[in-house]
Structures are given as structure tokens and as C-alpha cells.
Design a protein around this ligand. Structure first.
Ligand code: UD1
Ligand code: UDP
Length: 369
């Protein structure tokens, strides 16, 4: 092929920066690609965005749309409006979207309206709960996509059940596993987070919370925080706080009280997070990415939700679900899971997902030209 294959990658939220870090590297390592990086601006605090560009050596975005926070409709609408110009002027042959955020939805929709093929990385995940904003985003992105990269066999099966043509779907593994493998050694060398937070290896529980179902339901949020406060009487708890959860804790007047028992810290960078995860005795989270990272580092995990998209971890015994219906439910689930182990398996591939994706996109480009 003579001309380069022009790919526009659309990112916006923290986990997408991590996924894009490995995929951008794989694309830019090949002379056949030219990548245009578009940041919607969905996440904008330094510790939710800039730190990842610096630590993970992500190329600076070619376009920053500065969308910021708003209601789902308004935020998505602003993204759609602002995506048209960069997509029209750069004329990519494919648009790459990641995961299930509003940036994913807007990116997929804008590309589809401009008749640019959509490539969806992390396709086929389902919680089967349409009240969850991410579920709407991922279903729409999958159904608009020309090429779907599924991280797991379960994801492939979900797509098949929804009638998506098998020849558009590729099982490649999880790019977040690629990221964990690539950055683990760098994190060990560079991060001094344990010293900074005065933590000892395997001497603490790591917790994160940000799901709308938990932050926007005061009874869930209270159950989680009170459950973790009880845990903290037995094992120290460290809690990097998502900005959405900060707002919710302040709303419910929980921040000050919880801070007395729990070490609540600002969001940390990826390298610090990798080290915090790797050295935790247990991880309690409602994050999709953090559930998997717990497994990558073979740390037992309690998911603070009644369901998960990453069902294989529950089946293997590395992850336990607890709907945060009461503080005792959270406390008991965490204490029971400490010290537990799951079965050995490798459900997320071998760390070469980004490379496989790059090869497949190239093949798609060759077929189209
Ligand atoms: C979004 C994604 C979610 C993903 C998460 C990763 C959607 C619908 N949700 O949720 O799937 O798991 O990102 O972290 O796209 N805020 C700040 N500073 C920031 C960003 C956000 O203060 O840099 C606060 C604002 O109060 C904002 C709130 O967090 O209203 C929520 O942000 P938003 O991007 O809408 O959703 P997330 O909860 O971050
Ligand atoms: N993460 C981070 N700092 C934090 C919390 C999370 O770097 O303070 C990383 C985490 O290691 C994982 C990703 O952010 O790679 C997960 O993002 P998040 O939990 O915001 O979203 P989700 O995966 O649930 O969509």
C-alpha cells in the first residue's frame, strides 16, 4: 500500500487514555499508519487526564474538543457537534473508539453519520442492565461498528446473540492486559506511592468507587463507605477518590466522617495505581478496569455491584460480587475474600491484543483499497 492508512482515535475518559496508550504505540510503530488523536475533554482534571499523557507517553492530541462535564444528553450532543470538523478535515479511513463512555458513543455516532467505518475496541461487553449509561453506549457502538474487537469469549458470544455478523468480530484479548504488562516494570521502578502513603505491601485494602448506580444512590454510597469504615478497623483502607464520588460524598456529608477511618486520597496516576493494586491485600471496586487489574496482579477482588461484565473472574473465583445493600454486606464480603485465591486461567489473551488489532485494521484497510 502506498498511502498511509489514516486512523482517528477518539478518547475522553481516564480508562480510554490507558487503552489508547498501548494501541497508539502499536499503530505508530508501523509505517503503514497515520494516527490522529482526538480528545473530547470528557475528563479534564490534571489527575484524570494530563498525568496519563505524561506517564504513559501518549502522543499529545491533535484535537482537544474541551467538552467537559454536563448531563449525558448535553455532553454527548456537544461531542457530536465538535467531532464533525476534525473528522471532516482529517478524512480518516476508520475511527477507533474504546470501551463504553459517552465519548465512545459520540465517536461511533459521528463516524457512522459521516460514513466512516467504526472500529470498536472492547466490544461485546454486557451487564444486561439498560439503566446503566455504559450499557447503552456499548450496545450502540457495537451495532454501528464495522470491526469489533472482543476481549473475551463471553463478549464474542454476546455479540453473536445480538445477531452481529461473525466476520466483523475478532477475539483479540484485552488491551488493558497489554498495558499492565508493559507498565508494571516501569511502575515498580518509578512509583514511591507506598512510601508516600505509608503503606506496607499486602498490609491494606485498596478501594475505588465511581459508578453512577453507587454515587447517585445515597443508600448504596452510605453502605459502601460505612462497610469500608468497618473494614478499616481491621486493615487500613486506601481510597483514591474519583471526582464524581467526591461530589457525592460531599452531598451526603460523608466525606469528613469517612476520612477519619479511611485514607481518602486524590486520584492517582496509572503507575501509582498499578503499584497500589499489586501490593494490596484485597481490592474493593466498582470499576471495570480495576477488577481486571486485580486479577492481572492476582489480588482478590470484591466488586461493589450486583453484576459485572467481566464474568469470567467471578467464575474463576478471583472476584466476588456484592450489591451494596448494607454496610454489613460490604464489610462481610471484603473480610471473607481476604486471602482467597481463584483458579489459574488466562481469559484476557497473552498481552498482544494491541498488535493483533493493528494487524486486523491494516487488513481491513487493504481490503477497502
Ligand atoms: C465516565 C464514564 C464511565 C467510566 C468513567 C471512568 C460515561 C457515561 N461514564 O464516568 O463509564 O467508567 O468515566 O472514570 O461516559 N469530573 C471532574 N473532573 C473531571 C471529570 C469529571 O470533576 O476531570 C466530575 C464532574 O463533577 C462530572 C462527574 O465527575 O460531572 C462525572 O464525570 P463524567 O465524565 O460525566 O462521568 P464519570 O462518572 O467520570
Ligand atoms: N486508575 C488510575 N488512578 C486512579 C483510579 C484508577 O490510574 O486513581 C486507573 C486504573 O488503574 C485503571 C483505570 O484507571 O487502569 C480504570 O478507570 P476507571 O475506574 O475510572 O474506569 P472504568 O474502568 O470503570 O471504566
Amino acid at each position: 500500500m502506498s498511502a498511509k492508512l489514516n486512523i482517528a482515535s477518539i478518547v475522553g475518559a481516564r480508562p480510554q487514555l490507558i487503552k489508547a496508550a498501548v494501541l497508539s504505540r502499536a499503530l505508530r510503530a508501523r509505517s503503514e499508519f497515520h494516527e490522529v488523536l482526538i480528545h473530547t475533554g470528557q475528563h479534564y482534571d490534571n489527575e484524570m487526564s494530563r498525568v496519563f499523557f505524561e506517564e504513559l507517553a501518549i502522543p499529545q492530541p491533535d484535537f482537544h474538543l474541551g467538552v467537559g462535564s454536563a448531563s449525558h444528553t448535553l455532553q454527548t450532543a456537544r461531542m457530536l457537534e465538535r467531532l464533525e470538523e476534525p473528522l471532516v478535515t482529517t478524512q480518516p479511513q476508520a475511527v477507533l473508539v474504546y470501551g463504553d463512555t459517552n465519548s465512545t458513543l459520540a465517536g461511533a455516532l459521528a463516524a457512522a453519520k459521516l460514513e466512516i467505518p467504526v472500529v470498536h475496541v472492547e466490544a461485546g461487553l454486557r451487564s444486561f442492565d439498560r439503566r446503566m449509561p455504559e450499557e447503552i453506549n456499548r450496545v450502540v457502538a457495537d451495532h454501528l461498528a464495522a470491526l469489533l474487537f472482543a476481549p473475551t469469549k463471553t463478549a464474542v458470544e454476546n455479540l453473536r446473540r445480538e445477531g452481529l455478523a461473525a466476520d466483523k468480530v475478532r477475539l483479540v484479548g484485552d488491551v488493558m492486559y497489554d498495558a499492565a504488562l508493559f507498565y508494571e516494570g516501569i511502575a515498580v521502578k518509578k512509583s514511591n506511592v507506598l512510601e508516600r502513603l505509608k503503606l506496607s505491601s499486602k498490609g491494606y485494602v485498596l478501594a475505588t468507587v465511581h459508578r453512577a448506580a453507587n454515587t447517585d444512590t445515597p443508600s448504596n454510597l452510605r453502605a459502601i463507605m460505612e462497610g469500608l469504615e468497618q473494614v478499616a478497623r481491621n486493615v487500613p483502607v486506601v481510597f483514591p477518590l474519583h471526582p464524581r464520588t467526591r461530589v457525592a460524598l460531599e452531598r451526603d456529608r460523608l466525606l469528613e466522617r469517612s476520612s477519619e477511618a479511611i485514607s481518602i486520597v486524590p486520584p492517582v496516576g496509572y503507575l501509582d495505581m498499578a503499584l497500589l493494586e499489586r501490593n494490596a491485600r484485597l481490592i474493593a471496586t466498582d470499576s471495570g478496569g480495576v477488577q481486571k487489574e486485580a486479577f492481572f496482579y492476582r489480588v482478590p477482588c470484591v466488586t461493589l455491584r450486583g453484576e459485572t461484565e467481566w464474568t469470567e473472574l467471578v467464575a474463576l473465583g478471583w472476584n466476588r460480587l456484592v450489591a451494596p445493600v448494607s454496610s454489613s454486606a460490604v464489610f462481610e464480603a471484603v473480610m471473607a475474600a481476604i486471602g482467597s485465591e481463584g483458579a489459574p486461567d488466562a481469559p484476557y489473551g497473552n498481552g498482544g491484543a494491541a498488535e493483533l488489532i493493528a494487524q486486523e485494521i491494516l487488513r481491513m484497510g487493504e481490503c477497502a483499497s
